[in-house]
Ligand binder design. Structure first.
Ligand code: NDP
Length: 297
């Protein structure tokens, strides 16, 4: 029997536990604050920030949103960043990527106060993660680690193949998996668009993590019997349905399910975990910056 990993359920449990942490902070007069900054009006980015704001409202985080004109100069955005760095009500924030071409996203990340870096993308936080001393783990890899622990999927000694080497998913995922700690100790292979014989690398893995943004790239023939398959990909594919599109992952779910021991669906797998871990990072930032220790899930 293949286990369908229920990200919605686990994310719901994490959010429930976070509500308790938020209650404990409230007892000390602290309300965690998360700000989102959107430069321009990219519809997908708008949807993402709306979801983040709704999540905040649901768990009792003070959500603050800043819209910046798509033609804004880098300096205008830097001014906002300085204001957010200085604002005591904002414990964590993020600038939604992608940003318009006149803005250098790396420079944006560098200017964010690392203690308020809710995504965990500031170079200082990247360095800390690589050194095994993470302050904020990036949300998607952190969420995947939580799924492993909830479903007793052992990474120690496992061969894990990560397909994708982006700064937000592939690289931090590989780093966390190779660390000498709980949820790590795996032997990691990282694949990308120049990898030759991808199927050979995925077939020998106990765990395959697909994060390449290529619709249904990984199918059942590319995984070994009983492997765990984590599908990070989210692509909108146009359909005749009422919505006009459906969300599709990087894994061909139907054929992969026949071989996998455990698999995440799209939607309802990794996506809700990413959202929950952003709330986690916000509560952690509030607890640490206000000096009020609380239990985190
Ligand atoms: P990027 O586009 O930044 O990175 C994609 C990576 O996949 C790159 O390293 C690229 O290689 C590699 N790649 C591309 N094509 C292939 C191929 N044919 N074979 C092997 N590797 C390939 O994407 P992200 O990491 O930001 O996102 C990946 C997917 O995950 C997207 O669908 C995105 O929407 C989704 N996503 C989902 C989240 C969630 O919460 N579920 C969160 C974040 C992202 P190279 O480096 O050589 O270009």
């Amino acid at each position: 029997m293949t286990t369908i990993i229920d990200g919605d359920r686990i994310a719901g449990e994490i959010r429930g536990a976070l509500e308790e942490s938020i209650g404990a902070l409230a007892d000390h007069g602290v309300t965690p604050g998360l700000a989102t900054v959107l430069v321009g009006d990219d519809p997908a980015s708008q949807t993402y920030v709306n979801m983040k704001q709704r999540d905040c409202e649901e768990v009792g985080i003070n959500g603050i949103h800043v819209d910046i004109d798509g033609d804004a100069s880098p300096e205008e955005l830097y001014d906002t960043i300085e204001e957010l760095n200085a604002d005591p009500e904002v414990h964590g924030y993020l600038v939604q990527d992608p940003v318009p071409e006149q803005i250098d996203y790396r420079e944006v990340l560098r200017r964010i106060d690392p203690a308020k870096d809710a995504d965990g993308f500031h170079p200082e936080n990247v360095g800390r993660l690589v050194a095994g001393n993470a302050r904020f783990k990036p949300c998607t890899p952190h969420g995947i680690q939580k799924l492993f622990s909830e479903y007793d999927i052992e990474t120690e000694g496992a061969d894990v193949t990560v397909v994708g080497r982006s700064d937000i998913v592939g690289k931090p995922m590989a780093n966390l998996l190779m660390q000498k700690s709980q949820g790590g100790n795996a032997t990691v292979t990282v694949c990308h668009s120049r990898t030759e014989n991808l199927a050979e690398k995925t077939r020998r893995a106990d765990v395959v993590i697909a994060a390449c943004g290529v619709t249904e790239l990984i199918d059942g023939s590319m995984i070994s019997e009983g492997a765990t398959v984590i599908d990070v990909g989210i692509s909108r594919v146009e359909t005749d349905s009422e919505k006009g599109y459906e969300l599709v992952g990087d894994v061909d779910f139907e054929s992969a399910k026949e071989k996998a021991g455990a698999i995440t669906p799209v939607p309802g797998g990794v996506g809700p975990m990413t959202r929950a871990m952003l709330l986690y990072n916000t509560v952690k930032a509030a607890s640490e910056s206000e000096g009020v220790p609380v239990e985190l899930p």
